[in-house]
Design a protein around this ligand. Structure first.
Ligand SMILES: [Zn+2]
Length: 175
């Protein structure tokens, strides 16, 4: 059986199957230019602005690490996790997007630990998998360090992601 790939929150990022063009989707106020993520579709939240014309904009695919931690608690929904399975800490990164002047939180790609990160480091967005059940692979976004010449910080990440790329094919992987 082929599992359906479905975003854990519809409308927050582009179709994960588009690969290289993967982007988070926010909205921009046509009145004051403020950008929102999570997206704000009806009313501008900027103080003093009464704009209602908000259009979808893809956010910058790269940013810098503003803060990070490893999640030692089980996150609330929409995070998908099996309460029967012991919680595995995952690295969380708050990423500052300069152009949008905002900070976006997200999981680090598998294999990225807090030891791999430092404030100010450049990271990039990539398609991720939040969880899966019998019918569905729930997709999300991950951040990973930008690979720079002379270092191999992202090497292991790419390998792990390659393995994840097969999850949607119903290949019988066990959680
Ligand atoms: Zn506005």
């Amino acid at each position: 059986m082929t599992r359906v790939r479905r975003p854990v929150v519809p409308g927050w990022f582009t179709d994960t199957d588009t690969g290289a063009g993967f982007r988070l989707l926010g909205t921009r106020c046509g009145t004051c230019g403020a950008v929102f993520f999570p997206r704000e579709d009806f009313f501008c939240r900027a103080p003093g602005c009464d704009g209602t014309g908000l259009t979808e904009v893809p956010l910058s695919p790269r940013g810098t690490v503003w803060s990070y931690t490893d999640g030692r608690y089980r996150p609330p929904p929409p995070y998908v996790s099996d309460p029967e399975v012991p919680w595995q800490p995952r690295t969380l990164i708050a990423v500052e997007l300069a152009a949008e002047r905002m900070v976006v939180l997200g999981q680090a790609a598998p294999g990225v630990s807090v030891a791999d990160l430092r404030v100010g480091m450049e990271v990039e967005l990539m398609p991720g998998v939040l969880g899966e059940d019998a019918e569905t692979v729930w997709t999300t976004w991950w951040w990973r360090p930008v690979k720079t010449d002379g270092t191999d910080a992202a090497d292991g990440v790419g390998g792990v992601y390659g393995a994840y790329g097969g999850l949607g094919a119903g290949d019988g992987r066990v959680r």
